[in-house]
Design a binder for this molecule. Structure first.
Ligand SMILES: *[C@@H]1O[C@H](CO)[C@@H](O)[C@H](O)[C@H]1NC(C)=O
Ligand SMILES: *[C@@H]1O[C@H](CO)[C@@H](O)[C@H](O)[C@H]1NC(C)=O
Ligand SMILES: *[C@@H]1O[C@H](CO)[C@@H](O)[C@H](O)[C@H]1NC(C)=O
Ligand SMILES: *[C@@H]1O[C@H](CO)[C@@H](O)[C@H](O)[C@H]1NC(C)=O
Length: 459
């Protein structure tokens, strides 16, 4: 997979920027040292957190060897069947997942931030939230959150061994197969959310939709599709239509779905998918269409481009609240036979929603971190389009910082891409910033410790 890191550092009055791609993990030196020290802690071999993460990583290593073969050969439909098998071996049933009150979100760009806004809004209402996302930045625990916080090492360790143990015990009877990394984590997340009795779970699709292992869920309360673009072409297909077809695969009969404005060819496919699956599909209005008492809605995530994600999050949380908590639970929906894609109505966001949008955070995505004289600007852009959005954000934010700086400013770029991305094309876009230095870092999490951060690969 890919990664791109850039960092701009300013010495003296300093600031820095770090752009991070989806699957890149940047090892800030301070963090690496902290993890390193846990290496020497005494532990019972085979059961502690480090062992859990190392064992988890063997699932990926072993799986990646098989991946090529499997992708080429097997019918994608079989992947969901296999996932159900693993889920059952882990002691869970698909029916149990119905109780998680799921909001299911896919998209090419912005699905993570849409989820982050949605989760923050519903948490602000006082619900106990589960949030499953990928990839992680530093530690694998970031992917499974309760009330916005990555689950603790203790909880991760406890639930990891419960799920791993059950799968391992049943391995012999199933030809020695174990779920690959992302499947395992998905099962683990469901297990954690059930055990921890969350009121709802926001679940982000790994790749695509139709055959993504999160798509074993049958009854989400509402689905969302953020902006579609071309990515993961080897898995999803090389046209926007093929990609839209995959993503529309998360639609469920009678479950309302929302999407942001899409290119017409993508929208046509989503419309067909919605009709075929019999799901009502709505397009979100612009964020400035929502009436407010106090001027434009403020967003916790920087950048103009987040506004459509925020609108999508408003629709998702509004619909979830209405259907889950309103008087018309699982109410009958508009007749799916004769519906076409309609424009979703804007509404006046509650004060809780306004606060939720303003408080939302999403680490590593247009994130600014101040550390003494340094400021890091972090982003995981990894397509041409997301690089452009990132550049616009960086130009605005960094310019502001530089204006306030009291001494000389040094800009350092820290960059890496993984996979087959065209890093030269991305770097070209950064030329106008005239970085004083560029650091091309490796694509590994940290040099200090071997596997305690978890694998960096995404789904
Ligand atoms: C992965 O492969 C190694 C070596 O073949 C084996 O020892 C290990 O048990 C395997 N892990 C899993 C989870 O199957
Ligand atoms: C949502 O946010 C992402 C970045 O997280 C951005 O790339 C995308 O353009 C935004 N808008 C939409 C419609 O998804
Ligand atoms: C990291 O870079 C090396 C060398 O370019 C490459 O072989 C490896 O696949 C990369 N890792 C990831 C996760 O992309
Ligand atoms: C990313 O890191 C890998 C080594 O981990 C290196 O081989 C590759 O050249 C780096 N790519 C860029 C664009 O810096």
């Amino acid at each position: 997979m890919m990664a791109c890191l850039c960092r701009v550092l300013q010495q003296r009055s300093g600031f820095g920027a770090l752009l991070r791609e989806r699957d890149a993990v940047f090892g800030l030196a301070g963090l690496a040292v902290r993890y390193h020290s846990t290496q020497t802690a005494p532990h019972i071999p085979g059961m502690d957190y480090q062992d859990a993460v190392c064992t988890l990583n063997t699932l990926q290593t072993n799986a990646s060897a098989l991946e090529q073969v499997r992708r080429g050969r097997s019918h994608p439909q079989l992947q969901l069947q296999a996932m159900r098998g693993f889920l059952e071996r882990a002691g869970l049933t698909v029916e149990q997942l119905d109780h998680l009150n799921i909001i299911h979100v896919t998209g090419t760009k912005g699905k993570g931030s849409t989820c982050a806004f949605t989760e923050q809004i519903l948490r602000t209402y006082g619900f106990r939230t589960g949030f499953y996302s990928s990839p992680h930045l530093v530690q694998v625990r970031e992917r499974i959150r309760i009330n916005g916080q990555p689950i603790s090492k203790d909880l991760f360790t406890k639930y990891f061994w419960q799920v791993y143990g059950r799968l391992d015990e049943t391995k012999e009877a199933h030809g020695g197969t174990m779920p690959a990394y992302f499947r395992f984590l998905t099962i683990l997340a469901f297990h954690v959310f059930l055990q921890e009795k969350v009121d709802l779970a926001v679940v982000e699709v790994g790749i695509g939709g139709a055959y993504d292992c999160t798509n074993i869920i049958r009854r989400p309360w509402v689905c969302g599709i953020s902006s579609l673009g071309i990515d993961h072409t080897q898995i999803l297909g090389d046209t926007i239509e093929k990609i839209a077809w995959q993503k529309g695969g998360i639609f469920k009969p009678g479950v309302p779905a929302f999407t942001v404005q899409q290119p017409e060819d993508a929208m046509a496919v989503l419309r067909d998918r919605a009709r075929e699956i019999k799901c009502p599909l709505w397009v979100c209005p612009d964020l400035d269409k929502y009436p407010t008492d106090s001027g434009p809605l403020r967003l916790g995530l920087a950048g103009q481009h987040q506004r459509s994600n925020a609108s999508l999050a408003l629709q998702l949380s509004h619909t979830w609240l209405q259907r889950r908590c309103g008087p018309d639970k699982r109410s009958p929906l508009p007749d799916p036979e004769n519906h076409c894609v309609s424009q979703a109505a804007s509404f006046k966001p509650s004060s809780v929603m306004v606060k939720g949008l303003a408080d939302a955070e999403w680490a590593g995505r247009t994130q600014t971190v101040r550390h003494g004289a340094l400021t890091y600007f972090l982003d995981g852009a990894h397509t041409r389009r997301s690089m452009q959005a990132c550049i616009q954000w960086f130009r605005e934010t960094a310019t502001q910082h530089e204006r306030n700086a009291s001494g000389a400013v040094v800009r350092v770029l820290l960059f890496n891409t993984t996979g087959e991305r065209d890093s030269a094309a991305m770097l070209k876009l950064l030329v106008p910033f005239h970085f004083d230095f560029a650091v091309f870092c490796p694509n590994i999490t940290e040099a200090a410790a071997s596997c305690n951060a978890g694998q960096i690969e995404g789904p």
